[in-house]
Design a protein around this ligand. Structure first.
Ligand SMILES: Nc1ncnc2c1ncn2[C@@H]1O[C@H](COP(=O)(O)OP(=O)(O)OP(=O)(O)O)[C@@H](O)[C@H]1O
Length: 620
């Protein structure tokens, strides 16, 4: 197998169309890429009006699925909701529900009716005033007449505004809505979610706003007959979750003022309909903060869906990704279309970002970011089509925070020569690590072995910021060294350091590097510094796969390293940028012996490896 060919993705652009010629399905549900199981469940849930809990990584289409579900709900069920004044108990406004479109008419009619009453009253007022004036004129009692007119005018004026405000308030207007509502209530506080009654500073003397006019609908009411979407539901306070649960169970909830100190708290309406389907979402941790009964309600009367973050790399799925590019171009509306070659580049990037062999990433919001960045560069250049060069440039310019940190880190380390990429050194090795999800760094490891000071047993002293897993790896390495080279490291005090480590080093992907550094220190055999390596070590000395192989290799190449050792089982996961292919040699390794054979140099090496192999054979 020629590894050079293998580690670069080749995708034939002729299998794709430019985005101008890719059809985009009209329904949102058909625009969701790669989440077939979730889509099937959502269709079922929409038909039966079931609640749904979507769990998965950010940016894989959770809110998109919720929106798509709203499109599947029947819009003919939509209702208008009116709030009426309650003459007998003004603090308990009444509720009216009617088919969509009728609410507005009712409000208009009653306003007109009140207007007519008012104009009748005005005519009556003028007639009474005229009559009083005439009587005053006839009886020569002008002053009394003027006073009488004043009293009558004031009395009638007092009644007038009240009449006008007795018209019902249109709380939820569904007129002309073609799709069921989708309400995103992520991060909403109690008032916005459950409805509120405004405070009224003028509560007496007929100057105040009537209670029913001050009632404000909540998102749960506006989501009536549609979808209420809440991301990170676990961050919502328990009391609000409890109320939400009540609303879900009853399909209606009274509206009251949410602030205890406001006059709105005195008002409580009759129950207002809120027959919504709840789509809650988040990552797995969100379950910790979720009200137990709310979760149980969803489980009992709905579906829980664990969404995928990658899909199989098949021709069909690649086609779907090309459709995704077309969708993003259309949704953005400001960037030009992608050529088929540029579409192929985006698919390659989806392979790289998946980090596993034969898979494509489904973290499509981030991938959409690359589409937009490439589009913006094309616009800047005045190009009327996005080409692969724009995509390459976008990858360089639109780098994530972690990538920018890694870039700076690599630069600084080069400047200060924290690691070396030439010659050989005893006990020093270039390990590799990832920061964030998609950035590699060279992680120099140094080991020093000195005869044990204590009589009973030597110690492994780990300096630098070693994470728990890495510490455990250091312990395991001792067992392997004893077995493979026969040296009992308990005769030594071994100091090991992750030189200027960026942050806590987690994961045991440095255990092969640590073992090599320690062996080099004990045996006094130098390590090739033009080489870097990554891999996790089993207790039997086998090199096990690690994550982020692609990014680690690229970081090594960026750092001027010439050769990189990776676990053989990771070979298919590697998809490096073409520019690195001739810069670095990639060597797959199976065992610690393989590693040592490549890593160690100098006159003592031959004899050491020979004895290692002999020991291995004896064991078999
Ligand atoms: N499976 C998908 N199919 C098509 N487009 C997708 C998909 N996943 C994400 N996208 C694109 O990414 C955008 C953001 O996705 P969305 O907001 O639905 O993610 P999310 O999972 O809800 O993320 P978060 O949990 O951070 O809110 C979508 O508007 C869409 O353009």
């Amino acid at each position: 197998m020629d590894i050079k060919e293998h580690v670069v993705s080749v995708i034939d652009p002729d299998e794709y169309n430019d985005t101008q010629n890719i059809d985009i399905p009209p329904m949102l549900i058909d625009q969701i890429i790669g989440q077939e199981d979730a889509v099937e469940t959502i269709k079922k849930a929409a038909k039966q009006r079931r609640n749904v809990l979507l769990i998965g990584e950010p940016g894989i289409g959770k809110s998109m699925i919720a929106k798509a579900m709203a499109e599947l709900l029947p819009p003919e069920d939509l209702q208008d909701i009116l709030i009426y004044p309650n003459v007998e108990n003004p603090n308990n406004p009444l509720v009216g529900v009617m088919p969509a479109g009728q609410g507005k008419k009712i409000v208009q009619n009653s306003k007109e009716q009140f207007k007519k009453q008012e104009s009748r009253k005005n005519t009556l007022t003028i007639a009474i005033i005229a009559l009083i004036m005439v009587i005053g004129f006839i009886t020569n009692q002008f002053l009394t007449a003027i006073i009488a007119v004043g009293i009558v005018f004031f009395a009638l004026y007092q009644i007038k505004p009240k009449n006008q405000q007795l018209a019902p308030k249109l709380l939820v207007n569904s007129e002309n809505k073609k799709v069921a509502p989708f309400i995103d209530a992520t991060g909403a506080h109690a008032g916005a979610l459950l409805g509120d009654v405004r405070h009224d500073p003028y509560q007496s003397g007929g100057l105040g706003t009537p209670a029913h006019e001050r009632v404000e609908s909540g998102m749960i009411h506006r989501a009536n007959k549609g979808v209420l979407y809440i991301d990170e539901i676990g961050t919502m306070d328990m009391k609000t979750q409890q109320e939400l649960l009540t609303a879900m169970q009853e399909h209606k909830l009274q509206i009251t003022g949410q602030s205890d100190t406001s006059s709105g708290a005195m008002v409580r309406t009759d129950a207002v309909p809120c027959d919504f389907v709840l789509v809650a979402s988040g990552n797995l941790e969100v379950l910790d903060g979720m009200h137990i009964a709310l979760r149980s309600r969803i489980r009992g009367y709905g579906y829980e869906i664990f969404m995928k973050d990658s899909m199989e790399d098949t021709p069909e799925n690649r086609k779907k990704l090309s459709q995704f590019v077309a969708q993003e171009v259309k949704n953005d509306g400001r960037i030009p279309h992608f050529s088929k070659e540029a579409v192929a580049e985006i698919i390659k990037e989806a392979q790289r970002r998946a980090g596993k062999k034969d898979t494509l990433t489904l973290k499509l919001r981030d991938l959409g970011g690359l589409v937009r960045a490439a589009g913006d560069i094309a616009i800047e250049e005045g190009a009327n089509e996005v080409t692969p060069d724009h995509v390459f440039e976008a990858k360089k310019q639109a780098r994530s925070l972690e990538q920018q940190i890694a870039d700076r880190y690599i630069k600084q380390r080069k400047e200060y020569s924290v690691y070396s990429n030439e010659g050989s050194k005893i006990g020093c090795i270039n390990g590799l690590a990832v920061i964030g999800n998609s950035s590699g760094i060279v992680l120099p490891i140094a080991a020093e072995a000195a005869p044990s000071q204590s009589k009973e047993e030597g110690k492994i002293i780990a300096a630098g910021k070693l994470g728990d897993i890495a510490k455990e790896a250091v312990q395991n390495v001792g067992a392997i060294i004893k077995k493979s080279i026969g040296t009992d490291i308990s005769n030594y005090d071994i100091h090991i350091q992750f030189v200027q480590s960026y942050d806590g080093v987690e994961g045991d992907s440095a255990s092969v590097s640590m073992a090599t550094a320690i062996i080099s220190a004990i045996e006094d055999i130098p390590i090739d510094q033009t080489m870097a390596l990554t891999g996790s070590l089993s207790v039997r000395g086998t090199v096990l796969p690690i994550g982020g192989a692609t990014y680690k290799i690229e970081a090594a190449a960026e750092s001027g390293i010439k050769k990189v050792l990776i676990p053989a089982s990771n070979v298919n996961d590697v998809l490096i940028d073409k520019k690195y292919v001739d810069q670095i040699e990639i060597v797959p390794v199976h065992t610690l012996t393989d590693v040592l054979e490549h890593a160690l140099v100098g006159p003592k090496k031959e004899a050491f490896i020979k004895s290692l192999k002999e020991k291995e054979e004896q064991r078999q």
